[in-house]
Design a protein around this ligand. Structure first.
Ligand SMILES: Nc1ncnc2c1ncn2[C@@H]1O[C@H](COP(=O)(O)OP(=O)(O)OP(=O)(O)O)[C@@H](O)[C@H]1O
Length: 609
């Protein structure tokens, strides 16, 4: 699977606005806005507690300390303790206020992303690596929840604390206040430069983490192949290379952060030092009281954390803006709008393909269409085998019927109704599919099979009938029978067993139209014959298109269509095609065109079965 990688998903412009990206979270934040606002007010109140402490100190130094009044000192100490306890308590209340609602925001965003992913067309999933989607649904959403809980609130709270703090500083000693304010301008210029560089690095790191997740996922899913071909070393090398790249990016981020942090810490320290020197001179000249200088410096020190935190709060906001961009990149991918047609008024006409053309959206430019005008009629109740050279487009053609891909030209009708006019639900009711590579889900056998029955569901009897058609007698021998867990986290089944379960899933809903993509390829000859016999019963009431590679599968069909060069080259019975089509003979004989005549006589023998 190819995917948008770090390069293709990087923002078009490095100057994308952090605020613009984050504002898009508003619809999710709206329901919890009151709690968030209250939590911000509580946090501002908590921060102000720390700003009152210097005022108590000023009162203590200029009053009880100067007057040598121990009672006053105890009172001042008690007040400071009380303010400290209040500050701690208020911060606790703030966390309690936001924890639950923000977990809800994260859950809502994840639910919407998941639902959107389910509705996106197959070609989207062909293009995107699963690790990229996984990292957006997990890591990026966690970053966004943290942003709402911490940087968003603290940018407001610390901003307000800095404003209130400076107001207090200016009322105490305006000259010293100006000295402290002096570094603000260079700091703002530096922060804006830092924001741009950090945004790019954050985006690169998050994309690289997604690529790494893809590699880990592929390695885990393909562990058998990796072991069988002794590829663990090359996989480990690829893993090391990608972790190294991510490590480099993270180090680059840390370097940017440490640079800005150093500046943010140093400039205010220098300003506080200068204020201390100027203030001491003023105290010596009796232009300032000692208590005022103590209070001024304590307030300035209390403002250190709000000022210093701005650097990493900006960094976290940037990462969150990147996470929001990555989240909305998926959410902004449009889903093809569904129609609400029900196919009412349909007349028995089977499956008709008229001038159907198709090319994959991500096919290289200037390549010919894969399907270049398919005309085919499968009569009601008829089973048509689809035969063609490997890679000629058989699977792609079958994917057009249940609209996994949309035809780029022509039309496909089911009982006279254009599939483009049918709603997705109705189409899934009408058409069932089984693929050559069967996918089972982490669920019981019963649930896996019943999944094919659509919204109406399937009872015990339906499931058992479908299992009987697909010759799934092995189910009775499973530890918990129908309730045995299979799929990735369940019992491992053989390829043939999986194929038969997938076939049972396709037939359980008694679909009007059945699409089978070489569904019997993993079965032994004996089991294949049994499945075919049972399937013939099912196919009697169903109009079916069956991709076939072997004469035994072709035997299921009433007629055979030969796909070549993007068109239906011939349609007829197995015997007709064997007689008239050299390519068909070639395909059915296992690929020995020079021995066509021998192949013909051998295959005609099989036709007589
Ligand atoms: N998602 C995709 N994007 C772009 N090209 C694709 C995609 N899937 C398949 N193709 C290309 O389309 C062509 C036809 O593939 P398809 O799977 O339909 O062939 P097939 O006839 O079913 O082959 P086989 O008999 O080997 O199963 C191939 O060249 C393949 O590379």
């Amino acid at each position: 699977m190819t995917s948008p990688t770090s390069d293709t998903t990087a923002p078009d412009s490095p100057h994308r606005s952090t605020v613009h990206s984050l504002v898009r979270l508003w619809p999710y934040v709206r329901p919890v806005r009151v709690r968030l606002a209250v939590s911000a007010v509580v946090a501002v109140a908590a921060s102000c507690m720390s700003l009152f402490i210097p005022l108590v100190l000023k009162w203590m130094v200029d009053g009880p300390v100067q007057d040598r009044d121990p009672g006053g000192v105890w009172l001042g100490g008690g007040l400071v303790l009380l303010l400290g306890l209040l500050e701690a308590g208020l911060f606790g209340v703030r966390r309690w206020l936001v924890a639950r609602p923000l977990a809800g925001v994260e859950a809502a965003m994840r639910k919407d992303l998941y639902e959107h992913l389910q509705r996106l067309p197959v070609d989207f999933h062909d293009r995107w690596a699963s690790g990229q989607l996984l990292s957006r649904a997990t890591m990026d959403l966690q970053i966004l929840r943290m942003f709402l809980a911490f940087p968003l609130v603290f940018l407001v709270v610390n901003g307000a604390t800095i404003l209130i703090g400076f107001a207090i500083l200016f009322t105490q000693a305006w000259l010293l206040g100006l000295v402290l304010l002096a570094p603000a301008v260079p700091l703002m210029i530096l922060c804006s430069y830092f924001e741009t560089s950090y945004a790019l690095a954050a985006r690169r790191a998050q994309d690289q983490a997604g690529d790494l997740a893809t590699l880990v996922e592929e390695s885990v899913l393909g562990i058998r192949i990796i072991k069988a071909f002794g590829r663990h070393r090359s996989q480990a090398n690829a893993f090391r290379r990608q972790t190294r790249e991510l490590w480099d990016t993270e180090i680059h981020k840390a370097r940017l952060l440490s640079n800005i942090w150093a500046v943010i810490m140093t400039l205010p320290e220098i300003a506080i030092g200068a204020a201390l020197v100027i203030g001491s001179l003023q105290v010596a000249d009796h232009k300032l009281s000692a208590g005022t200088l103590v209070a001024f410096l304590s307030t300035a020190l209390a403002l250190r954390w709000p000022v210093e935190s701005i650097g990493f709060l900006l960094a976290m906001s940037n990462e969150s803006a990147t996470a929001a961009d990555r989240y909305f990149e998926v959410r902004d991918t449009p889903v093809v709008s569904d129609t609400d047609g029900t196919g009412a008024g349909a007349r028995p006409d089977g499956i008709r393909l008229e001038g159907v053309r198709f090319r994959y959206p991500d096919a290289p430019p200037h390549t010919a269409e894969l399907l270049r005008g398919i005309d085919l009629h499968i009569r009601p109740g008829e089973t048509m085998a689809l035969v063609g050279a490997t890679g000629c487009g058989k699977t792609s053609l079958t994917a057009l019927l249940p609209r996994l891909h949309r035809a780029t030209g022509g039309r496909i009708t089911l009982d006279g109704v254009d599939t483009a006019e049918l709603s997705g639900d109705r189409l899934r009711e009408l058409v069932a599919v089984a693929f050559e590579e069967p996918t089972l889900f982490s669920a019981s056998v019963r649930e896996n099979v019943a999944m094919g029955a659509g919204p109406a569901g399937a009872g015990e009897e339906d499931v058992r009938r479908a299992l009987a058609v697909a010759q799934c007698d092995f189910v009775d021998a499973l530890p918990q029978g129908l309730d045995t867990q299979v799929g990735e986290q369940g019992l491992s089944l053989s390829g043939g067993q999986r194929q038969r379960l997938a076939l049972a899933r396709a037939v359980v809903g008694r679909p009007q139209f059945l699409v089978l993509d070489d569904p019997l390829s993993a079965l032994d000859v004996h089991t294949e014959a049994l499945v075919e016999a049972a399937l013939r019963e099912v196919l009697r009431d169903t109009t079916a298109l069956v991709v076939a590679h072997r004469p035994s599968t072709v035997m299921l069909a009433d007629r055979v269509a030969l796909l070549a060069d993007g068109r239906i080259a011939a349609v007829g019975s197995h015997a007709d095609l064997l007689r008239d089509s050299a390519e068909y003979r070639y395909l059915m004989s296992g690929g020995t065109p020079e021995h066509d005549d021998d192949a013909l006589s051998a295959l005609e023998g099989s036709d007589a079965r």
